[in-house]
Write a new protein. Structure first.
Ligand SMILES: [Zn+2]
Length: 83
């Protein structure tokens, strides 16, 4: 089971073992030290172990997406809506 909680509510998804294994492999591929890929902003290949571009500062992969989404939520949320 995978639970997702956002500012708009919660949802729980039932996932088969097959899907969970596939998801774990996909997540693991993001931290593969031999394949960091290129920066989608500036094209640099100088990504460090956290998929952080040393040239333009862009974050990539799951960690970068989570941080970017969190930053957008914080920026969009008014103080009154945080209950
Ligand atoms: Zn870059």
């Amino acid at each position: 089971m995978l639970g997702v909680r956002t500012a708009f509510g919660e949802a729980v998804y039932t996932m088969s073992d097959h899907v969970v294994r596939a998801l774990c492999r996909a997540l693991a591929s993001y931290t593969d030290p031999d394949d960091r890929g290129t920066c989608i902003d500036c094209g640099s290949r100088r990504l460090d172990e956290n998929l952080h571009c040393r040239d333009c500062g862009r974050l990539h992969g799951i960690l970068g997406e989570v941080i970017a989404q969190h930053a957008r939520r914080v920026a969009a949320a008014s103080p009154e809506s945080e209950t």
